[in-house]
Structures are given as C-alpha cells and as structure tokens.
Ligand binder design. Structure first.
Ligand code: AMP
Ligand code: ZN
Length: 450
C-alpha cells in the first residue's frame, strides 16, 4: 500500500510495525458547536483509510481525541477560548457545551456509518497524563515559565522546522509586530496556561499550586502515548494542522519520550462550499440538519466526499451532491440485483478497486472501476458485502418493512408501467425515491431502502 507521507513529502510504501495492530491516531474535533460539512469531510477520508488498511488484512487500533478542554481561537495561543465562547452563546456551562457537542459529533459520526474507533478520548479525561508530560519536558530543560504560562522553547529542538519546512527567520520577522509577550521565539508555544487574577476561565485545574489549563497541542501527545505508544504507524489530521499543531506535537512527544512520534503523517485538504471558504457570515458551513432539509442523507454526502481525493482542494455544491446521490442510487440498484439468480463474485472488480485504494486511497479510481463493471453484470451477495466493507455506503440495509402507503405506490407504479403511462410511473418512482426507497425493475419489481 502506498501512502503520501507529509513527513517525507513522498509516496511511500506502508507496512505496519505489527500487522495485527496498525497504530492509528486521528486528531478529533473541538466540541463547541455543530460540525459543518468541512469538519466532517476529514473523518470520511480517514474512514476510507481504516477500511483500506483492513482490506490488506491488517487489524487497526485507532484512537481519536475530542478536544473538550477550551483552547484558543488562534494557533498563536491568543484570542478567545472556543468552549467559553460556546458557553456564552448558549447560556450553558462549558461542561454542558462539551457534552452537548460531543454527543452531536458522535451522532454525525455514526450517521455516516464510519467504523467506530477503538477508543475515543475526551481530553479532559487525560489531565493527569498531560501534567506528567509537562513535568517530563521541564525535567529535560525545554520549558520556561512566564506570566502567561509554561512555554516550550522551540530553539532547543533542532528538528523543529523540519516537518513543516518552516522558515523560522521569516516567522520571526512576521511575528514582530504583535510579539510583545515573554515568548523567547515566535514559534514557542504554551504547554500549560496560567489563569490570571480576575480571568474568567471555567475549565481549570490546579497544577504546581496555580489554576490553569493545558495547551491545545498537549492532549494529542499525551493521549497517543497513553493509548498507543510511540512510534505510531499513522497520524492523521487536516492540512491546517501541519504548521503548528502537528509540528508542536512532534516536538513535545519526541523530546519527552525520545522516540519518533509517528512513522506516517497523512493530511487531508480543505473543501470550499459554494465556491467560497466556509465561514459563518456566508452561511455555507452546512450541517447534516441543513442537508436533511434539502432531502440529502449523511451517506449521500459521504458518496460526494469519496468521489474525490483526500489531498485535493474541492468545492462542495448542492448540484454535485445531487449527482452523488444519483450515483449512490445506481449502486443501490446494482446491489439489489444480487437477489436475482446466480450472481458473480466479480473478482476482477475487487482487485481493481483494491489496487486503486492501495495507491494512496484513490477512491475516484476505485469507483471508476466499479462504474465500468456495473452495466450488464449481476453481483452476488458476497461482492456487495465487499463493497460495503470497503466504502461503508450501506448498500445492504437492514431496515424494517415499508409502510402500506408505500407498498400501494409500488403497486400503482407497476400498473402504470403496464399501461405504458411512463410519466406517472416516473412520478411515483421519484416520490418513493424522496422517501428513501429505491425501486428496481427486473424480472420482478423489487425495492429497497436507500
Ligand atoms: P475544529 O473542530 O474547529 O478544531 O475543526 C476541526 C478540523 O476540521 C480542522 O482542524 C480542520 O482540519 C477541519 N476543517 C475545518 N474546516 C474545514 C474545511 N472547510 N474543509 C476540510 N476540513 C476542515
Ligand atoms: Zn492533534
């Protein structure tokens, strides 16, 4: 399997340290509001990664954090705390905000039929481990104290600039304007923040006799160490994590634990929405509730995401989502054919799909193989199960019976077709489709849930 490793900027052959247990870490969301389609895109790409790893016969041990400790809006340890912002917006406590949006995120996660991670770790449950990591960094002489917090001195870590190919001199010049605190270097970052007199910060812990809270990057280093151990096989995140978050995770982990943090780093690109960067003011950060209002399911959205490549910058539009929904419907109709007579194992198609996925998760190529195979062939149950295992598109659905009105519509449509009233037949088919039912004409008319 070939994967693009951000650390080397190359496609590399991936083999796990232990085939029974690929150690995979994913940076999870900050749970202070509903996830929008941009946030959710990355988890769909990483689900494809998990499924592709499994298709190679490897077991996957996957850990994902939930950032429920407030961290600041800017990467530079400045600005407003996201959890506090959410709490003020809704008149709830920060703890209730964390609970509400952790649950909302997991609901979206499961609605996408994503493989459940081995462990999901809220950062607030790993405070002790984070304190220990700070102690280790301090013992090794990498920290200095300021009024604002304990900072990591990046000039002491020789490889600091390597991962993101940072130009530290340029960074310094750029930061000079607002470089007024006690930071020694522009790239230094807080591992622990102190809460000052009068400062409102509800999430707080006593550490070294003061109230404070951990810096954002710390949780991933601590959780990955506790749950997986270094080196990880693969660490994933958004492209926005490369310059600061992952660079800082590497510095902390490699200094504290003396081992390479992760062998592979995979980063997914951003999506724009309606041709623009996703932003609140443009109202283009759609949630799954927005998609549902327009008649689209999370799996329709997943189909749209999987049509493209995780490293490409892509633009989301409702017309493309509609096309993806139609494509998914074609696949569901194809899947329904498995009930009709002898189906084929389609070994050639399986191989073509896996070859594409093993080429840096080329799902677009995999679907092209499938599209070519669909016309004129009948799959067996096993092949459809393989497709579901590989893409998680719920082609086989186990849903209760349809309503009597819907059954009547199917019968009415059958009669309309017999009478050659195709306009009525199409109208009824569209209605059923909107209700989530795919009708397929073969020897017998069959239907299934989409
Ligand atoms: P947050 O919950 O705000 O920490 O965001 C979680 C992650 O979602 C970010 O770090 C990005 O990796 C990802 N993300 C945010 N916006 C987009 C977008 N428009 N496209 C793809 N990923 C995004
Ligand atoms: Zn992280």
């Amino acid at each position: 399997m070939k994967l693009y490793n951000t650390a080397s900027r190359k496609l590399e052959e991936f083999t796990p340290q232990n085939p029974k247990e690929v150690k995979l870490y994913t940076c999870g969301p900050t749970v202070y509001s509903f996830a929008h389609i941009g946030n959710l895109t990355s988890y769909i790409y990483w689900d494809l990664l998990v499924r592709a790893l499994r298709q190679n016969g490897w077991g996957v041990k996957r850990v994902m954090n939930l950032t429920d400790v407030g961290h600041l809006v800017s990467d530079a340890d400045e600005g407003e705390d996201k959890m506090e912002k959410g709490a003020r917006r809704e008149g709830l406590s920060v703890w209730d905000i964390a609970k509400k949006y952790s649950e909302a995120f997991l609901k979206d996660f499961y609605a996408l039929s994503l493989v459940e991670p081995t462990k999901i770790c809220p950062a607030t449950e790993y405070i002790e481990q984070q304190e220990k990591l700070v102690d280790l960094l301090d013992e090794k002489g990498f920290l200095y104290d300021t009024e604002d917090g304990l900072y990591f001195d990046t000039s002491k870590f020789d490889r600091y600039a390597d991962f993101a190919h940072l130009d530290l001199d340029h960074l310094k010049a750029g930061a000079r304007v607002d470089f007024s605190n006690e930071k020694r270097n522009a790239s230094d970052f807080a591992v622990w923040k102190w809460i000052k007199e009068g400062e409102k910060h509800a999430m707080r812990w006593q550490y070294r006799g003061h109230w404070g809270y951990p810096g954002w990057h710390l949780e991933c280093s601590s959780i990955a160490h506790e749950e997986l151990g270094e080196p990880l096989d693969i660490h994933t995140g958004g492209i926005d994590h490369v310059m600061v978050h992952h660079t800082n995770e590497i510095a902390q982990s490699e200094v504290a634990f003396g081992k390479q943090f992760s062998r592979f780093w995979l980063h997914c690109n951003f999506i724009t929405s309606d041709g623009a960067k996703i932003s609140k003011s443009l109202g283009n950060g759609y949630t799954f509730a927005d998609l549902a209002e327009k008649g689209y399911t999370p799996i329709d959205f997943k189909m749209w995401v999987l049509q493209g490549h995780y490293q490409s910058e892509r633009n989301f539009t409702f017309s493309d989502l509609h096309a993806a929904k139609q494509r998914l419907l074609n696949y569901r109709n194809f899947a329904a054919l498995r009930h009709q007579g002898e189906g084929e194992a389609m070994q050639d198609v399986r191989e073509g799909i896996l070859e594409n996925l093993n080429n840096n998760l080329n799902s677009a190529g995999a679907f092209a193989v499938l599209d070519r195979a669909i016309s004129g062939r009948t799959p067996n149950e096993d092949f459809i199960k393989f497709l579901d295992d590989t893409f998680g598109l719920d082609l086989i659905q186990t849903t209760p019976d349809i309503s009597s009105e819907q059954k009547a519509k199917i019968e009415e449509r059958k009669r309309a077709k017999e009478m050659k009233d195709y306009a009525l037949a199409d109208k009824l088919r569209d209605e059923l489709s909107r209700e989530g039912i795919a009708v397929l004409d073969g020897k017998d008319t069959i239907w299934q849930y989409k």
